[in-house]
Design a protein. Structure first.
Length: 269
């Protein structure tokens, strides 16, 4: 049976530099400040994932998430969210702690260090929810069963030991998941699973049911949103007349994810 549509919106960020960036996957702190303040001014309530369930978040609620666990999320995003009093979740690549993102195309996501173990502990100690993004940022739908189980179970165990949190939320790299992946996430002990927009998922009934608690769609903020932060904020208001135009910007961001995935698939020299 298809679940009821979710009453909340989940935002996903990636790199969060201090100033404007030409990087497609980056959104600067000044632009984010404008987006988040506009949402707060309109009465939206931000909720954390540690005490939220898809059916339990009040209408109009927003959950803020950040994928990949970049150092800029600690250095730049964290102070902004503390200032605004917004809870958030960081989805960490457990196999990339302290390393650089050489898994991605450099002009899609410029080289940046991932969080170190000590930094993960620090964020967890401050109340930031720690989630898993797998071990090494691979397309989980393409993995054989044993490797898929390793990505999900080992990353959760590693991050649980670091953070002393349950680590019961997972976001799938590239936003890609199918029914086999969501079943594996459930078996690994996760409570919630997050993809990208519903159209970016692949195959299986879980992918068609965007309301599934193991395939929750998210609204991504990308580089173009730095030029049009008002549209990004308007996209949260489902009845706003500019929502469809802003949706085009999000599709540009999703297209860039496809470029990055294609580059990852090519053999490295």
């Amino acid at each position: 049976m298809r679940e009821a549509p979710l009453a909340w919106t989940v935002i996903v960020l990636h790199q969060t530099p201090a100033r404007f960036t030409a990087a497609p996957m980056g959104v600067s702190i000044p632009a984010l400040r404008r987006v988040l303040r506009a949402l707060l001014d309109r009465g939206h309530r931000f909720v954390g994932l540690d005490d939220s369930a898809p059916a339990g978040a009040p209408p109009g609620s927003i959950a803020l998430t950040a994928d990949d666990g970049y150092a800029s999320q600690l250095t730049h995003l964290r102070p902004l969210l503390r200032e605004l009093g917004i809870p958030w979740t960081v989805f960490v690549l457990a196999g990339m702690l302290g390393k650089r993102n050489d898994w991605d195309h450099p002009w899609v996501s410029p080289r940046e260090r991932h969080l170190t173990p000590d930094e993960v502990r620090r964020l967890a100690g401050e109340g930031v929810t720690i989630g898993s993004h797998g071990m090494t940022h691979v397309n989980m739908t393409a993995l054989p069963d044993a490797a898929l189980e390793e990505e999900l179970a080992r990353s959760r165990e590693t991050l649980r030991n670091l953070s002393s949190q349950p680590v019961d939320c997972v976001s799938y790299p590239w936003g890609l998941a199918n029914e086999r992946v969501t079943d594996a996430a459930r078996s690994a002990g996760y409570r919630l699973g997050f993809g990208a927009d519903v159209g970016h998922t692949t195959g299986g009934s879980a992918a068609r049911a965007g309301a599934s608690s193991f395939l929750i769609s998210r609204l991504g903020l990308y580089g173009p949103d730095q030029l049009f932060p008002g549209l990004a904020a308007a996209a949260i208001g489902h009845s706003h007349p500019l929502r469809s135009f802003r949706g085009g910007l999000e599709r540009v961001g999703q297209g860039l994810l496809g470029v990055a995935m294609a580059s990852q698939a090519r053999p490295r020299g």
